[in-house]
Write a protein that binds this ligand. Structure first.
Ligand code: FAD
Length: 510
């Protein structure tokens, strides 16, 4: 843990700001005179402590999750006046290219759940997504290379229109950036990186939520001071670590993690097939799952899990060999296609009548044949990581900074968006009652809300990863039984769908 964190800065470094014009979040909306309101931070900020910018919230990491938090806070009546700093050197935040619908597809995509779509609609970012390449899907087929079993999911099984939507990450990110730019709000983008943070060691004084006119340098010493890599310093009442799995905020706050590497990598790319695809396909292979996810037009995205060595080879092999290997992995390689109802699914389903889902009678379908690559290939090592705490005084973690998961169920960023909704509500509750938004008792409400949900999801995903890493006769039979059970047993199927959709219910029977 950095000593900078544990130790309060020397008196000479303590900020004595021009207080008279500044208000913090419990007061009426106000803008800092010495911070540009909206748009990129100019390096003309005063560098001495007297003129340091102050923000209510400093979001470190303007990725898909950090930007969503900024938009969410800017959208809620109780929080829209907060002064928000976004710190990230990613050039996409300052001058990213305009995205056109017919641009070549990007290999990095996310499957977003109905819960995430609702969040984007609430903050006003979904319209942008719908104007760009995206693909809703209402069917999903999951099966096993042994040929013993398969499950088909249909949105109708759970009275839904869609199971999810696949969107390129750059489109999700840009939708949030555009949404922020279109709001008349108090935010500043610092195009640089966080180097260190000085956190107060003593307990909060009550006036941390009070108006600037009451503020003394003693109160400001109770804020977090951030040192950025371009030499800028700023103060914030709350530092949000949205800086990804290798979070500097988490490290500086001394928050430990639990986790492991999977000894697996995911090769991702976008491919073309002859007809449009409206189904998400996932086949479990001995080395891990391969998914073919629709992204609109005749394109689909591939997420193919394999050993790191195989991933390196598959990244560089020539296109023809890669496409051949892909079709082999997606369909006929390693084992036969499942016969419909190998385990007498119709017999099993008859026990549950009339409570059967509409998809129970859908037969196994082969996935579309890939004809060519439509993007570069990329490979990512896979791991599970969970922060032991999400909140400490003036610091909170969201998104991959708090948890990273195996991408087999496409839940990672959706969990991050769940964090965003919860944290925004907790901050709004704090503002409503005049609390200090960096106070740990308030932030622990967010932690309590999200930790349980995230740990449950991580346990499910890790269980899947482990169950499908074993290639052993009896285990294969059990897996097949699980596939067939999920296919025919309507309450289980509905619960799986609603859990994967982001509704906060565990996938147990109800
Ligand atoms: C192969 C693969 C497929 C996936 N598919 C899906 C899917 O289908 N659905 C899904 O929900 N999830 C999926 N995920 C997970 C998803 O991509 C992540 O959960 C998501 O990108 C996390 O977003 P984030 O904003 O928390 O972190 P990141 O995307 O890592 O963003 C962190 C940001 O912080 C910035 N940063 C880092 N350090 C600093 C610093 N010191 N100072 C300032 N800024 C800093 C970085 O520049 C970056 O912009 C997948 C992941 C992988 C690997």
């Amino acid at each position: 843990m950095s000593r900078l964190i544990a130790t309060r800065r020397l008196a000479s470094n303590i900020f004595v700001p021009r207080l008279a014009t500044r208000t913090f979040c419990t007061d009426a909306p106000a803008k800092l005179n010495d911070v540009p309101s909206s748009g990129s931070h100019s390096n003309k900020e005063p560098k001495d402590d007297e003129g340091l910018p102050q923000h209510d919230v400093a979001i470190v990491g303007g990725g898909m999750v950090g930007m969503a938090l900024a938009c969410s806070l800017a959208s809620m009546p109780l929080t829209k006046h907060l002064s928000i700093a976004i710190i990230d050197s990613n050039p996409a935040l300052s001058n990213g290219p305009v995205i056109k619908k017919d641009d070549p597809p990007d290999p990095r995509v996310s499957t977003v759940t109905p819960a995430t779509i609702s969040l984007f609609k609430d903050i006003g970012a979904w319209e942008y997504v719908e104007q760009h390449r995206h693909a809703y899907f209402n069917k999903m087929q999951v099966w096993d290379y042994t040929g013993f079993g398969y499950t088909r999911y249909n949105a109708r099984d759970a009275d839904k229109d869609v199971l999810g939507c696949v969107v390129e990450n750059k489109v999700l990110h840009k939708s949030l950036l555009s949404c922020l730019q279109n709001k008349d709000i108090n935010n500043t983008i610092y195009p640089t990186r966080l180097s260190s943070i000085s956190l107060p060691t003593r307990s909060s004084v009550s006036s941390a939520g009070a108006s600037a006119s009451n503020m003394s340098s003693k109160n400001l010493a109770n804020l977090a001071k951030l040192d950025l890599s371009d030499g800028t310093n700023l103060y914030a009442k709350l530092v949000v670590g949205a800086d990804g799995s290798k979070s500097r905020v988490r490290e500086l706050a001394g928050i430990k993690t639990t986790g492991w590497n999977y000894s697996q990598s995911a090769v991702i790319c976008t491919v073309e097939h002859p007809t449009e695809n409206f189904c998400a396909w996932q086949r479990f292979l001995p080395a891990g799952p391969i998914a073919l996810l629709p992204i609109g037009d005749n394109f689909s995205n591939i997420v193919w899990t394999m050993s790191p060595k195989d991933a390196s080879n598959h990244k560089i092999m020539n296109e023809d060999d890669f496409v051949k290997a892909l079709n082999h992995a997606l369909d006929f390689g390693h084992g036969p296609r499942p016969e419909s109802r190998v385990f007498g699914g119709d017999v099993i389903s008859s026990f549950f009548k009339p409570d059967v889902t509409s998809s129970v009678h859908e037969r196994f379908e082969p996935p579309p044949k890939v004809v060519k690559l439509a993007s570069d290939r990329m490979a990512f090592p896979l791991s599970l990581m969970h922060a032991n705490q999400y909140a400490s005084k003036r610091v909170v973690l969201i998104g991959d900074a708090a948890h990273t998961v195996h991408p087999l169920a496409g839940q990672g960023v959706n969990m991050g968006y769940g964090d965003v909704s919860s944290l925004s509500n907790v901050i709004a509750d704090g503002v409503a009652v005049g609390s200090d938004i960096g106070e740990v008792t308030l932030l622990k409400k967010y932690e309590a809300d999200r930790k349980t949900a995230n740990i449950a999801m991580m346990a499910v995903l890790d269980g899947f990863q482990k169950a499908y890493s074993v290639d052993f006769g009896p285990v294969n039979i059990l897996r097949a039984a699980a596939f067939n059970g999920a296919n025919v047993f309507a309450p289980l199927k509905r619960n799986i769908i609603s859990y994967a959709s982001g509704e906060l219910r565990l996938p147990f029977l109800s």
